[in-house]
Design a protein around this ligand. Structure first.
Ligand code: NAD
Length: 265
């Protein structure tokens, strides 16, 4: 129980990797805020999973539920600030922030629209920037340390034709993390990136339904399988814990070896 007594916010946690992270942090004893944009039923599913796992051990001793769901669009700074304030109002504090919400859109570079560029950047980079800022303001105001974990991608390093805005957002996240590790170190706040390879989630639905592309991708993965949300969540749990107390400013890849063996098909 590495996270007993800690409160975590996981953005975009109504499905996929975010949902896996919420469940794992709850299993480690944390109280968790589940954020969703447009799928309350997904957030409810995440909450039910939290209650099914952590609930057995902890719910009886707690006056409040171990999980709490909040609707907020992470592309909107006002909604971000409300999300942080509401999380603190409900659980009394925040200790851990996982910036997981993200999106990608396929298009050749010369066809990318301003609207699609803005949608990607607003959530993947601007949203991360201002969510982190609001979290850090809370930590500084309450004179407490904290942990920030950004869900980046192998594409903070690796090119991905037809996804240039996505790659730019994750590359920006890499430098955001390095810069904040330096700027926030004296407050005892750590920040790290977890960079998944190919994980079996709804974001990859087209790929999962294309047997030819899928088998070509699998040939590029030395461990021979797609990752699962739990593969990402276990590393997040470590980085959120005091076991990672001396770890900051780094990117950790969870990709089955993909990064060193990838060829675009
Ligand atoms: P997903 O599409 O299943 O989940 C993304 C989540 O982000 C969803 O819950 C969605 O509602 C949320 N989201 C999107 N826009 C939002 C907004 N404006 N406000 C609030 N929430 C919003 O995808 P996933 O695979 O679970 O992705 C999670 C993170 O992992 C993303 O940052 C993604 O870039 C990253 N990632 C995924 C993979 C992969 O192969 N699945 C690989 C590398 C990185």
């Amino acid at each position: 129980m590495r996270l007993e007594g800690k409160v975590a916010l996981v953005t975009g946690s109504s499905q996929g990797i975010g949902q896996g992270i919420v469940v794992r942090l709850a299993q480690e004893g944390a109280d968790v805020v589940i954020n969703y944009r447009s799928h309350p039923e997904g957030a409810e599913e995440t909450l039910a999973k939290v209650q099914a796992t952590g609930g057995r051990c902890y719910m009886a001793q707690r006056s409040k539920s171990q999980g709490y769901t909040i609707q907020a669009d992470l592309g909107n700074v006002n909604e971000i600030r409300q999300l942080i304030a509401e999380s603190i109002a409900y659980f009394g504090k925040l200790d851990i922030l996982v910036n997981n919400a993200g999106l990608e859109k396929h298009a050749p570079f010369w066809e990318v629209t301003e609207a699609d560029y803005d949608a990607i950047m607003n959530v993947n980079l601007k949203g991360v920037f201002f969510t982190t800022q609001a979290f850090v303001q809370h930590l500084i105001a309450t004179q407490r340390s904290g942990k920030i974990i950004n869900i980046s991608s192998v594409h903070e390093e690796l090119s991905f034709p037809n996804f240039t805005a996505y790659c730019a957002s994750k590359g920006g996240m890499k430098m955001l993390t390095r810069n904040l590790a330096v700027e926030l170190g004296s407050f005892g706040i750590t920040i790290n990136n977890v960079a998944p390879g190919a994980i079996e989630t709804p974001i990859n639905i087209k790929l999962l339904n294309d047997p030819q592309k899928l088998s070509a991708l699998l040939r590029n993965i030395p461990l021979g399988r797609l990752g699962q949300p739990q593969d990402v969540a276990s590393l997040v749990a470590f980085l959120a814990s005091s076991d990672a107390g001396y770890v900051t400013g780094s990117t950790f890849f969870v990709d089955g070896g993909l990064l060193w063996n990838y060829q675009e098909q």
